[in-house]
Design a protein around this ligand. Structure first.
Ligand code: CP3
Length: 341
């Protein structure tokens, strides 16, 4: 089967010599080989062309040899498939020209046929699996329904997603209908990804930390729980909620195989809040990759000692930044491979 199965073993909670390592957003703008492709093809062309998406997915693996690959794509292919227009504007980020703010807007949102609308993702998975040649596992992903709603309603990135929250708090019925449509689409999408060959899935709740603990349960967690319930028997699920340390206890009882943690929560607190038994993933401050390589290595070893080498997946606390020097990213991955208990 898969030659390096460290990542899958950590997800099962098995004892390992060292923890596995990958980096959120590891295929990205800090890599010159990524920039070369980025300059030639626009964002969605890269996502929709299996040859390009698979090439971008394996670029960081060739350079650094992480223990898992994550498919190059984006969480916003879901609203796009649901008949919501999504643009990726250079130097701006996602832009949705017709945000969902009323029942009339919602009526035009569809639950798509996955093969018709997102078949290109499955083709990219198959192409990537061929390139990976069973050396390491491939991770598939989706945004959480709440994080997708944030973009659908706000229409673009935001510091506080005020319009998304306003919709939830003034018209919860409409918000919940949209969240349920996104959830149903996401479940079908992730099941198709598993059928196409991914070895695990991660749900990114990048904006979950915008909500209070009570609102988090209502507008985010209950939908992530539906996704976990639907997927947990066919693949390991990793739930990553940025700023969601307060939900770690509920998350630990959800059936997820692992929980992502950001850098604002200490290893000790994360273990305590999650009950000490579930695999955790994280949580190096992405900006700390700006420290000199020797310091990065020391800090990574310290982080592994704090989390413990078992039931642990080394990662950043959020995506890698574009301004990280290549040798610093290398120091991060090498530090894990050099780790001795
Ligand atoms: O992790 C990986 O290497 C796989 C690829 C991946 C991308 N987006 C590629 C991408 C993943 C896992 C994502 C997820 C994603 N997309 C999230 C959740 C994770 C997170 O970082 O919080 C979110 C919120 C998005 C939405 C999104 N897509 C934003 C806000 C942006 C613009 C900001 C930015 O980082 O540039 C994107 C565009 C995007 N998605 C890029 C990449 C490599 C950069 C733009 C480009 O390549 O042209």
């Amino acid at each position: 089967m898969i030659k390096n199965d460290l990542f899958l073993r950590a997800l099962k909670g098995e004892t390992v010599d060292r923890p596995p390592v990958w980096m959120m957003r590891q295929a990205g703008r800090y890599l010159p080989e990524f920039m070369e492709i980025k300059h030639k093809y626009d964002f969605f062309t890269r996502c929709q062309t299996p040859e390009l998406a698979s090439e971008i997915t394996v670029q960081p693996i060739r350079r650094y040899g992480m223990d898992a690959a994550i498919l190059f794509s984006d969480i916003l292919v879901i609203p796009q498939a649901m008949n919501i227009e999504v643009e990726m504007k250079p130097n701006f980020g996602p832009y949705l020209p017709s945000p969902i703010r009323s029942q009339k807007d919602l009526d035009s949102v569809i639950i798509p046929d996955i093969q018709d609308s997102l078949g290109y993702v499955m083709d990219a998975i198959k192409a990537t699996k061929e390139k990976l040649n069973d050396e390491i596992p491939l991770i598939g992903f989706a945004g959480s329904p709440w994080t997708i709603l944030c973009y659908c309603v706000q229409g673009q990135g935001s510091k506080n997603f005020d319009k998304a929250k306003e919709l939830c708090f003034t018209n919860p019925v409409l918000a919940h209908s949209l969240l349920q449509k996104i959830t149903d689409t996401t479940i079908a999408y992730l099941k198709a990804k598993v059928a196409a060959g991914v070895n695990a899935v991660q749900v990114f709740d990048s904006w979950g930390g915008m909500l209070s603990p009570v609102d988090y349960q209502e507008f985010s967690w209950q939908y992530i729980q539906q996704i976990i319930d639907a997927l947990k028997d066919i693949t390991p699920v990793i739930a990553f909620g940025k700023g969601c340390w307060f939900a770690l206890n509920d998350m630990s009882k959800s059936g997820a195989s692992a929980l992502g943690v950001d850098w604002t929560c200490s290893a000790r607190n994360a273990r305590y809040l999650s009950g000490g038994n579930i695999t955790l993933q994280g949580n190096f401050d992405p900006s700390r990759l700006l420290s000199p390589p020797s310091e990065i290595k020391k800090m990574v070893h310290q982080m592994i000692n704090e989390f413990g080498k078992d039931k642990y997946i080394v990662n950043l606390g959020h995506g890698i930044l574009p301004n990280i020097p290549l040798e610093n990213a290398k120091a991060f991955v090498d530090a894990v491979k050099e780790y001795k208990a």
